[in-house]
Write a protein that binds this ligand. Sequence first.
Ligand code: PXP
Length: 256
Amino acid sequence: MKTHVRLHVNIDHVATVRQARRACDPSVGAAASLCEIAGADGITVHLRSDRRHIQDEDVRVLRGLVTTHLNVEMAATDEMVAIAMDLRPDTVTLVPESPDEITTEGGLDVIAHRERTEAAVRRLAECGLDVSIFIEPDAAQIETAAAAGAHQIELCTARYAVLTEAARGATVHRASRAAEVEAETARHRVAARHAAAAGLRVAAGHGLTYLNVGPIAGIAEMEELNIGHNIVARSILVGLDRAVREMRAAIDRGLL
Ligand code: PXP
């Protein structure tokens, strides 16, 4: 049985607070180092095309500072591919982006955007970069991501997160809510098995919390979790060190 699932802390929202005032604080670099000291296995940031939180300079600073693993999420555009080839993060995760979204709304539809995705993966991989694609837990998406040459897929847990939140508050239909969560967890389990059989490493993320992370962490093929908002939100109350350690403990409980 596996004993460890990597925790990559997404620190986008440290930059969100800083950008609210276009100030210097809080420092994204300091936050990354504190996460590493607290036991994070890696740092994740999303360099959005609209630069609403993380800036190019943040990625440059983090590339020099992060000693664990730097994962940079980005759209599969020529601009972003050129930045990745220059800054060389340890992993590049291709994600969908739309200008009006509050946060990434779902996985990248690699079937609908096959040509563009394949071209981006090819350019990144040829330059020696590790490439992950953020997709829905769906067999056809997984096979297309594998055919495109990705090394890893990150399963989008957004729907799982919505269902677990609904189940938590449920006073009526509690059993059927719980059944929906179990069905969605099973969908991720099947997808993870499918991806591993296709030779892909398996990660997951989006909307994971201290309360819902356990069953996703417990999936046999799951190697890595990318978690941001819930950790950064809690860090405002208890500090970043404790917030990261508590998530580490919540993940580890899911492995029991
Ligand atoms: N993984 C991907 C690909 C994402 O786009 C995000 C959100 O930026 C996350 C993980 C982290 O999601 P959350 O902030 O809800 O934990």
